[in-house]
Write a protein that binds this ligand. Structure first.
Ligand code: UDP
Length: 234
């Protein structure tokens, strides 16, 4: 497979066309942004951590009957994926209050949700990814009702699988963000699952082991990303 022209450069990845139909070539960068791009920086070798971790988790999910875009690793920072059309939704799953939910509802971070919370945001940087509900999604045609049902079922199943996977590695899954796309008319999991898109706390100490170390200038950013990859690869 050969890498052709770049299609798109996002905040953390570059997407290239390939000479194979239905396949894209993804390159993970070390660039980090937070607060809708207001804070910018680099996390050394984050691209390697996120590429490898996402690959491993997507393979685990595939084995559990979740269809994903992952096809194979190309190098430390690169992977081949199915060329999906991304649905303009960010799907957020929460087990414990943190971040914007804690702020919005006036909760202390760490309060356990009595039920898993699912949120949808409209993926639009200019608008700051506003939260939306099923009615907005249907009214605006961001996804069909059937697609939304499928996404909810996948998101909840992924949460159960990831919680189990992470707790076996002494990590609590606080919350995370998913993106889905369509391929061959079906909804499949796309984008990445990494410390950039999940909140993970050490199961014994509650130490933050994710991008909050960068967002909140907590230090040890690089070493924590490496530590998460080490635990995930166990
Ligand atoms: N998240 C993400 N990308 C976004 C927004 C959120 O990956 O554009 C992830 C974030 O890392 C966290 C979860 O989704 O694991 C919930 O994020 P929250 O709504 O609390 O927003 P934040 O506090 O990150 O602004």
């Amino acid at each position: 497979m050969n890498k052709l022209e770049m299609l798109y450069e996002g905040k953390a990845k570059r997407v290239y066309k390939t000479d194979v139909k239905g396949r894209y070539w993804i390159e993970y960068k070390d660039d980090a942004t937070a607060f809708n791009g207001e804070k910018k920086g680099q996390i050394l070798d984050k691209g390697i951590v996120n590429n490898k971790m996402s690959a491993l988790l997507f393979q685990m999910l595939e084995l559990e009957s979740i269809p994903t875009h992952f096809e194979g690793l190309l190098s430390d920072r690169e992977q081949v994926v199915k060329a999906v059309e991304i649905l303009p939704l960010e799907v957020i799953v929460r087990n414990v209050a943190a971040g914007s939910l804690a702020k919005r509802l006036g909760l202390e971070e760490g309060v356990i949700m009595k039920e898993t919370v699912l949120e949808f945001c409209y993926k639009n940087d200019e608008l700051g990814d506003p939260m939306i509900n099923d009615y907005h999604i249907a009214a605006m045609g961001y996804a069909t009702k059937d697609q939304v049902e499928t996404i909810k079922n996948y998101a909840l199943k992924i949460n159960t699988l990831l919680q189990k996977f992470f707790i076996e590695r002494d990590l609590k899954l606080i919350d995370f963000k998913l993106e889905f796309g369509t391929y061959d008319g079906k909804v499949i999991l796309a984008d990445e699952i990494s410390p950039d898109t999940c909140r993970l706390w050490d199961a014994n100490t509650d130490k933050k082991m994710d991008k909050d170390r960068f967002r909140r200038d907590l230090g040890d950013v690089e070493s924590v990303y490496q530590e998460v990859l080490d635990r995930v690869q166990k």
